[in-house]
Write a protein that binds this ligand. Structure first.
Ligand code: ZN
Ligand code: ZN
Length: 387
């Protein structure tokens, strides 16, 4: 087993004024900004946060806190500017070249927990796409957590155990709880997810909590500003998709402070919630009649512009006249599975010589033998632990 550990902070700063000066069509961009403010209101955000409700219960062993993660220091426009993203990628490349392999006796196995597929109402991701992303990122264990459905038993129907070289746990996400029901004589597992939504909970009901959640992390950014900044820097976002993905990354200091308090006197596991959906897409289609439609990640039309509005928007996106036939002006998948999986991994330490199976995976999760690695921040092809 080889190991590398890096902690780094991307360098490079962006001068947004210079960026605006360099960019063509100031008024067009301003117009896009205004119009997309409207678009974003129409698109709204994944309904997930609305569906989540606080489910805390008071008990003698209750945890209590109110987390608010702190937005990153630079503005969104700065973080998504070409100068910043180029510097970010250059730093990652340089770090990758500095990696020195070290032999370690206790290997950790990369896992991804809190994951949605087409069994969830807000994702159309397929098993094949998940397996491809797992292989691309070296992920061996995936803890599926679908939103429950009345139409189908998402645990019974979902993949479990080995599938094409990847090990799956089938579970649900409901009311701020990740739940993997008992399977193959192994007991169920429960984790608090989105802890910022759960000011109190009964520690005895859970094996652990998320100490990072991608969706929680992005929630503290003004979502309309995030999308507008992405559109204003669209070509850069497409050139640097991973740097763009982690533009919202913040150190989860409140989650970690709470976790520290909880684990001062008792064992409680900490995992990362990837909260992968592969459903954040920006797709704009121009039509011959001069209208523009916007589609979300599940291919639902979420907005339509006609007349002057559509004409101005087309011009801003480089289309001076309506196309002869329907034309895609922009189509960006912001959260492909591979990227959200690579962003953060939960590495489980299996006991020496243990194979990946229902027992070893659940035991490691229950006992909190896990560490988190953020590969989009710094290269992390392998990790290990020794004392
Ligand atoms: Zn969801
Ligand atoms: Zn989720």
């Amino acid at each position: 087993m080889k190991v590398l550990l890096h902690i780094s902070k991307p360098s490079g700063s962006a001068n947004i004024l210079e960026h605006w000066r360099r960019s063509s069509g100031f008024w067009n961009r301003l117009l896009v900004f205004a119009m997309f403010s409207l678009l974003v209101i129409a698109i709204g955000h994944t309904a997930e946060s609305k569906a989540l409700s606080t489910d805390g219960q008071e008990s003698p062993s209750t945890s209590s806190a109110t987390e608010k993660s702190v937005p990153a220091r630079l503005s969104l426009s700065e973080r998504l500017s070409s100068r910043f993203m180029e510097a970010f990628d250059a730093d990652r490349k340089q770090l990758a070249e500095q990696v020195q392999p070290i032999d370690v006796p206790y290997a950790l196995v990369r896992g991804t927990f809190h994951f949605h597929s087409h069994f969830s109402h807000d994702s159309i991701g397929t098993l094949e796409e998940i397996v491809l992303a797992a292989k691309a990122t070296g992920t061996q264990i995936i803890g599926l957590t679908e939103h429950p459905s009345r139409a189908v038993d998402v645990v019974a129907e979902n993949v479990k155990g080995w599938h094409d070289g990847v090990y799956f746990l089938a579970g649900t996400e409901s009311k701020n709880q990740l739940h993997w029901p008992g399977h193959e004589a192994e007991a169920e597992l429960r984790f608090v997810c989105h802890p910022e939504e759960v000011p109190t909970f009964d520690l005895t009901l859970y094996e652990g909590m998320e100490i990072y959640n991608t969706h929680s992390d992005v929630k503290d950014e003004p979502i309309s500003a995030l999308i507008v900044a992405m559109l204003l820097n669209l070509s850069t976002v497409q050139e640097h998709p991973e740097a763009a993905f982690c533009s919202f990354f913040d150190y989860p200091q409140d989650f970690l402070a709470r976790f520290d308090r909880l684990t001062a006197h008792t064992r409680f596991a900490g995992i990362a919630g990837n909260d992968s959906h592969q459903n954040q897409r920006l797709k704009l289609v121009a039509h011959a009649d001069g209208s523009i439609e916007a589609f979300d990640g599940t291919n639902e039309q979420v907005w339509k512009a006609e007349g002057l509005k559509a004409k101005l928007l087309m011009a801003a996106l480089g289309q001076s006249n309506p196309p002869a036939e329907k034309k895609i002006l922009a189509n960006v998948q912001l959260d492909p599975y591979e990227t959200s999986m690579r962003h953060v991994g939960t590495f489980l330490q299996l006991k020496n010589g243990q194979a990946i199976n229902e027992h070893s995976v659940r035991e490691a999760l229950r006992q909190g033998r896990a560490i988190l690695g953020f590969e989009l921040i710094a290269p992390l092809p392998a990790v290990g632990f020794w004392v």
